[in-house]
Design a protein around this ligand. Structure first.
Ligand SMILES: [Zn+2]
Length: 271
C-alpha cells in the first residue's frame, strides 16, 4: 500500500487500541459487551419534498435525527462495529447505531453532512465513482474530497458503476462474470483511494444484492466488510460480508424508526 493511503499515525490512539485488543483477548467472549443488535441505517437522498422513492423529506430527516438524540443513541463509525465484530475492539457503547448513505447524491453534501457534523456524528458514504462529477444528481470530486477530509466521514465503495451483480451473473459466462465482478470491486476501490488518498475497506452491494461467491471475491480483493439491505439490525451472527441495513425512505416515519431502534436495543416491541 503506498504510504499516502496509510491512516495517519496517532500514538495515543494506537496505545488505546492495543489496550482494547489485549482486553478483548483476555476477556471471555461472554464477558465482552454484547449489544444484541446494532441498527445500521441506509439513507440515499434528501429534499424538501419526496420527489422519488429514495428521497427523505428534510423535515422527516430532522425528526429522525431527533429520535436518535432523544433515545440517547451513540452513533459509531461502521469501522468500530467491524472492529468489535472481529474482536479487535472490546466494547461498543450502549445503544450503538451506524449511519450510512449510498450513491453520492449532492444532497448528502448539502443537507446530511452539515447536520451530522454539527452533532459530531460519523457516517459512511458508499460511492460508485462513475457517477461523481458525471451524473446530474451526484456530488463532484471536489465536494466528495471536501467531505472525505472531514472528521467522521468515511468514503467507501459501492462498486464502479452500480450494476445488479446477480443479474449480470445470470447473463454472462462464468469467466466473463468473474472478470466483470473483479473490475467492479477492484477498480472502484482503486479510484476512490487514488482520488481521496484514503484507505477504502468497506463495500455496499448495489441494490443490497450479493451471493456467497461475490462475498468471497470481496474478501479476496481486500475489503474487510460489506453491507447489504434487509430492514433488520446487525448482530454478531451476521456475515461480515452481508451486513443488513435498515433502508430509510420517506415512508419510515420517526415513530417507526423509534420502534425499530427500541427493538434492536431490547427495550421495545419487535418490528
Ligand atoms: Zn446504491
Amino acid at each position: 500500500m503506498p504510504d499516502i493511503l496509510r491512516p495517519p499515525r496517532r500514538p495515543a490512539l494506537d496505545h488505546r487500541r492495543r489496550a482494547l485488543c489485549a482486553a478483548a483477548l483476555l476477556a471471555p467472549l461472554a464477558a465482552r459487551a454484547m449489544p444484541s443488535a446494532v441498527p445500521i441505517l441506509a439513507y440515499h437522498r434528501f429534499a424538501p419534498t419526496a420527489v422519488d422513492s429514495m428521497t427523505v423529506r428534510l423535515e422527516l430527516l430532522d425528526a429522525q435525527l431527533s429520535v436518535l438524540e432523544r433515545l440517547a443513541c451513540h452513533i459509531v463509525p461502521l469501522a468500530d462495529w467491524v472492529a468489535w465484530r472481529q474482536g479487535r475492539l472490546a466494547t461498543l457503547p450502549e445503544r450503538a447505531v451506524v449511519l450510512t448513505a449510498d450513491d453520492g447524491h449532492r444532497s448528502q453534501f448539502e443537507q446530511l453532512a452539515p447536520r451530522l457534523r454539527e452533532r459530531g456524528w460519523p457516517v459512511s458514504l458508499f460511492i460508485y465513482p462513475s457517477a461523481i462529477s458525471n451524473a446530474s444528481y451526484a456530488m463532484t470530486w471536489a465536494q466528495l474530497t471536501e467531505l472525505a477530509g472531514q472528521e467522521g466521514v468515511a468514503v467507501q465503495s459501492h462498486t464502479l458503476w452500480h450494476p445488479n451483480l446477480l443479474r449480470e451473473r445470470r447473463s454472462q459466462t462464468p469467466e466473463a462474470f468473474q472478470r466483470f465482478a473483479l473490475t467492479q470491486l477492484r477498480q472502484s476501490r482503486e479510484v476512490l483511494q487514488r482520488r481521496l488518498a484514503r484507505p477504502v475497506e468497506h463495500l455496499a452491494w448495489p441494490f443490497g444484492l450479493s451471493d456467497a461467491g461475490l462475498q468471497a471475491l470481496a474478501a479476496e480483493v481486500g475489503y474487510t466488510a460489506a453491507v447489504s439491505l434487509g430492514n433488520r439490525s446487525a448482530t454478531a451472527a451476521d456475515s461480515l460480508f452481508d451486513l443488513p441495513r435498515h433502508l430509510i425512505v420517506d415512508s419510515v416515519s420517526a415513530r417507526q424508526l423509534e420502534s425499530r431502534l427500541l427493538a434492536a436495543f431490547g427495550t421495545g416491541a419487535a418490528s
